[in-house]
Structure formats: C-alpha cells, structure tokens
Design a binder for this molecule. Structure first.
Ligand SMILES: *Cc1c(COP(=O)(O)O)cnc(C)c1O
Length: 423
C-alpha cells in the first residue's frame, strides 16, 4: 500500500494534494497518512495472529499523541524508554498494563512511575538496575514484573550506531549474567520474571537474525522453567526492516514464518516492539526551496527543511528518497542511478554545518525558488529526534485521513523557543 503517490503531476497523501497542505500549514511540514500507519500495524498483527501477539509500538520512533491515539484505537500496545514516553502513552488513553519499559538508564522515579502504572514488564539491562527495581518495588509493597534483556551476540548487520544485540554494545547482558540474575529474581519476593527480552538492532533486512533469536529464546525459556520460573513471555524487540529505497524490506509474513515455530514450541506469549516499520513510510517531510546555487562545480538546492528537523542523514548517513512535490520529471523507480532529464545536486538546509545535507550528488530535475520537495520515509525518527538547533521553530504535523487533514502539532513560534528560559 502506497500512501504517497504522484497523480496528475503532483504528490498526493491519500486524497489530498501535498501542495495544498503546504500552502495551508507552511513548511517545513510533516505529513502522515493514517491509512498507511494502520495498514502497517495490521500487517504485522495479522502475520503473527495465530499467537495473538502484543504489539508494543516503539514510542521513541514517533511519539506524537495523534499517532499514538490511532494505534491505541487499533489495539496496539506500547514500548517506552522513559518516563516522558510513559506519560505520553497515558495521555493517549492507553491501557498501561500492556506497556513494556526498556532502556539502560531507568531512574528510581521512572521505575516508580512504571510500577504505579502497573506496566506489563520492565526490560532489565543490568544487575544494578535489577537491584533498583527491587528496592523501589519493596518501598511500594509490590512485586515488579521483569524480563531480562539478553544480548544474544547476533550480528544483525545494521549500522554501527543502531546495532544492539552484539557483544560489546551497551545493551543487555550475556547469557551467564542472565542466568545469574534470573536466580536472583527467584529468591526475591519483590521481583517476578515474566519473560525474556531481546532487541537486535534496526533496521534488519533479513529474517535470519530473528530466527536465531527466537531459537535462543526457546532454549532460555526452557532452562528458566526448569529452574522454577513461571516465565511465559518472549519479547523479540523491533527493528523490522523499512523500505527506504524501494522494496528492500521483507513483508511481515516472512519474519513471522521464522519466528512463530519457536515461540509455539516455547508455549509463550509473544511481544514485539516495532517502530519504524509501522510509522516510517507513513510520513514525509516537506520543505520549500529557498535558493538554488552553483558553486565549486556543484549544484546546491537549499530548502527550509534541515538537519534539526530530520537528523538521520547527518547522524547515520541515512538514505531518504527526495523528489519535488510538483515535479518537471516523473518520479523514478530507482533514485540512486542517473535519471534522464536530471542533474546531480546536493540537497541542503540553512543550518550552519556542512553536515546539514539530506543528499549529495542526487539526480534531481530542475527546481526553482518556491518549489516544494518531499523527503520520504520520514515518519520514523524524524520529529522524534528533531531539535531547535539554530533556533529554528519546528514545523507543523498533519495527519491525513482520506480527504481530511487534522493538525496534530502546530508550528512552533519564536515564543515557544524561549518559553522555558528564565532571565
Ligand atoms: C529502538 C528500539 C525499538 C524499535 O526499533 P525500530 O527499528 O523502530 O523498530 C524496539 N525495541 C527497543 C528496545 C529499541 O531500543
């Protein structure tokens, strides 16, 4: 399902021309498709349906309340990594008893907030964290549900900054420590071992790492039960691939095919933590061309969307498709080769950093001052990682449903920039 399509020479989100949205809400502008978000959530849910999975949408990928509300209505649960995200999930009206809480640095306050919200489980990353959770649970007179995050030492072949399940990452623990901590949980009346957690990194474009992880989960759960635990959850994290370039990500059914048999054998409930695969291609970032210039033998397109809006290209060297909203040349299938009628250009923003560049030497048609550019696959880790660097107010976010657009975050003002400051 494609949420963003060129029709009659211009880009549409569902049934609305993107140009009209940009005229109404200004640029930079984030445009999301409700249908695409729901479609991707359902695709994953349906692929794993026989195990009735709890799909904990990774709030860190896009935490806008408008999106959280849609997913909550669909029956999604949530994966949070901070007290702030737990607060957002509550504000979206979600049932926190199905929420999982991850992260290597949970504070006592965050642990208390999680316990008071009666979350499904904490994904525990270290022994001192386990001790802290036990202490907070004791002070509240409750037993804390936990899953230990196993670092399975599986190379998911992702970017160095986004691989998390390999020995030497800051995440999780090795199997020896996992087993030692499991024994500690058994002896502690304020802790209960609900499950095992793994998250391998992202985006993972092959299914083998998941199969290896699911197989390992079966071994570990079998061992835990032998030791007297009532463990009945396997949480395999997120990281499912997203097609940033074309159609490189496997469909949900292929991940399900390699995971399901092992979880069935383990007789466990399955939790997943997808983020980007659900919201990534449900969103675009629209910028307006401010200037074009030629310098040093190169062509530059300077737009009003920048690295403070979308930091992925600067931070990870990520590839995003970019094309005009009302192009003089039809959008290609392959954005990475020479395109007839086009010329290479660097697409840059106004920020005073050379790294403020969405694409280098990218084949693009002629554009003029005032034209609109769409940066695709911007729904995940776009706004969530945005900042006010260079004192740039963030753009508005709109959610499109058929031929209706709803403003789900207004454009920031200059007063928003200085609001919290005290002089
Ligand atoms: C980031 C993260 C996810 C989500 O990753 P995606 O690539 O967005 O699917 C899930 N679980 C954990 C523990 C994470 O850190």
């Amino acid at each position: 399902m494609e949420a963003f399509e060129y029709r009659d020479g211009q880009l549409f989100c569902e049934n609305l021309p993107v140009e009209r949205l940009a005229a109404e809400y200004g640029t930079p502008l984030w445009v999301y498709s409700r249908a695409k978000l729901v479609h991707e959530y359902r695709a994953l849910r349906d692929a794993f349906a026989e195990l009735d999975p709890v799909i904990c949408y990774s709030v860190k990928s896009n935490s806008n309340l408008g999106l959280l509300r849609v997913l909550n209505e669909e029956g999604s649960s949530f994966d949070v990594v901070s007290g702030g995200e737990l607060y957002r999930v509550q504000q979206a009206g979600a049932d926190t008893s199905r929420v999982v809480f991850a992260g290597v640095g949970k504070t006592d306050d965050e642990i208390r907030f999680g316990l008071e919200s009666k979350i499904l489980m904490f994904n525990v990353e270290s022994e001192p964290e386990l001790d802290a959770i036990s202490a907070v649970a004791r002070s509240l007179g409750v037993s804390a549900p936990v899953a230990l995050r196993l670092n399975p030492d599986i190379d998911a072949k992702t970017h160095a900054k986004t691989t998390t399940g390999k020995k030497g990452n800051k995440f999780g623990m090795d199997i020896e420590r996992h087993n030692a901590l499991a024994a500690k949980v058994l002896a502690d009346p304020h802790l209960e071992l609900r499950g095992i957690h793994m998250h391998l990194g992202s985006p993972i474009l092959t299914t083998d790492p998941y199969e290896a992880a699911a197989q390992k989960a079966l071994d570990v759960v079998t061992e835990l039960r032998r030791a007297g635990h009532k463990t009945n959850w396997v949480n395999l994290g997120g990281g499912f691939g997203l097609s940033y370039r074309g159609e490189e990500a496997p469909p949900a059914a292929e991940y399900a095919k390699v995971i399901l048999p092992w979880i069935r054998k383990a007789e466990c409930r399955l939790a997943l933590e997808p983020g980007r695969s659900i919201c990534g291609n449900a969103g675009i970032l629209v910028g307006r061309v401010i200037y074009t210039k030629r310098e040093g033998g190169k062509r530059f397109i300077i737009q009003d969307a920048a690295m403070n809006d979308l930091v992925r290209p600067a931070m990870y060297g990520s590839f995003h498709r970019i094309w005009p909203v009302q192009p003089r040349v039809p959008a290609p299938r392959d954005y990475e080769s020479e395109i007839p009628g086009c010329e290479p250009a660097d697409v840059v923003g106004p920020i005073c950093e050379s790294g403020d560049c969405f694409a280098q030497g990218r084949w693009l048609p002629e554009v003029a001052r005032g034209d609109l550019l769409s940066t695709f696959s911007a729904g995940a880790y776009g706004t969530a990682m945005s900042s006010n660097y260079n004192s740039r107010p963030r753009g508005a976010e709109v959610l499109v449903d058929g031929d209706r657009a709803t403003l789900i975050r207004r454009r920031e003002t200059y007063d928003d920039l200085i609001g919290p400051e005290r002089v």
